[in-house]
Write a protein that binds this ligand. Sequence first.
Ligand SMILES: NC(=O)c1ccc[n+]([C@@H]2O[C@H](COP(=O)([O-])OP(=O)(O)OC[C@H]3O[C@@H](n4cnc5c(N)ncnc54)[C@H](O)[C@@H]3O)[C@@H](O)[C@H]2O)c1
Ligand SMILES: [Zn+2]
Length: 371
Amino acid sequence: MSSSGSPEVRVVRVDLGARAYDVLIGRGLLAHAAQLIEGRAVSPLAIITDSIVLGHYGPAFEQAMKPRGLAAYRLVVEPGEASKSMTTAARLLSELAQIKVSRAGTLIALGGGVIGDLAGFVAASYLRGIGFIQVPTTLLAMVDSSVGGKTGVNLPEGKNLVGAFHQPRLVVADLDTLTTLPAREFNAGMAEVIKYGAIRDRALFDRVANGTTPQDDDLAGIVEKCVAIKARIVERDEFETTGERALLNFGHTLGHAIEKAGGYTRYLHGEAIALGMRAAAWLSVWHPETQLPEADARALEQALLDNDLPLELNPDISRDAVLQALGHDKKVAADGGNRWVLLKKLGEGQSGYTVGPDLIQKALSLLSNHP
Ligand SMILES: NC(=O)c1ccc[n+]([C@@H]2O[C@H](COP(=O)([O-])OP(=O)(O)OC[C@H]3O[C@@H](n4cnc5c(N)ncnc54)[C@H](O)[C@@H]3O)[C@@H](O)[C@H]2O)c1
Ligand SMILES: [Zn+2]
């Protein structure tokens, strides 16, 4: 806290013209939520959260809103990916209609990426679109999902198959909320942080390479860097048409396949991405167009290890299942091959590479640790 009693806030502007907004990053922000939100939202507000986050932060957050007259309705869903569904979205839409939230109303997503994606989708759909504010409470949501405007839900047929681009009006990332986040979830978020460093910023990579905790003095700066990298990419490719946004998929081509092969229960997203990044780093070493120095691939492995992320694929996940899942990745190119993000060096990624099946097998062998 600064001497004036107001928390220190870092601000990253996401400059999207009429849809521009600020991402506020700091500690103790929830207690000042009303002050931070004022001017960007009008009542009636509806807070969408899950029951775990509600237990930790719901009452304090609502209390903080009250003195400014920002009375809020509270809509609560079950924690977990299963809530990112059409069924839950339909229920929330009905609840908004029942409490008569108007077009001027604002939704507040208080929670992790599940809540942000779900509430954002509901905000995009209700009355053809109302404003929403992201209050991310997981590291993954702070550095990734709360920024950029991708919202959506899953279908039984696949993840994120329904959705809309709908930018928030404000993002409030209170780092203090991370102190209650299970360490495994925090580390999974670190995988995305390592990703930003690997694709764009060697100095950021070095800052987190030895491991990071929610108490880290440097954390605000680290989150700020990640958000700034994502903001610059989103500004240039808001609707994912130029290919630039695809850079954010480093580690995700294989990572998504591993998540799917594990039935979405074996690995957290960030853990699967850690495996995908390890593979993509070695593919970058072997690929004739990138020729990443081996030392860089080893440094990436060490950083994953030091952030308690997995390096080896669990033996009960078959290579065939991963290969099959790879064939169904959303990012399959028109020619039928997957497009990969590879590294030229640590801190410099590039998208659009084709990788042959032999190299993919080699990468899977590496993850399975039996050549
Ligand atoms: N829109 C995008 O651009 C984008 C990008 C990446 C990921 N995503 C989506 O994000 C989702 C994953 O988000 P996530 O990893 O934040 O998971 P999550 O929202 O499921 O949260 C993880 C768990 O932590 C709990 N939790 C949240 N905050 C907490 C806190 N402060 N203290 C204690 N517990 C807390 C939640 O209740 C939940 O059980 C996926 O659905 C993924 O598709 C979206
Ligand atoms: Zn990701």
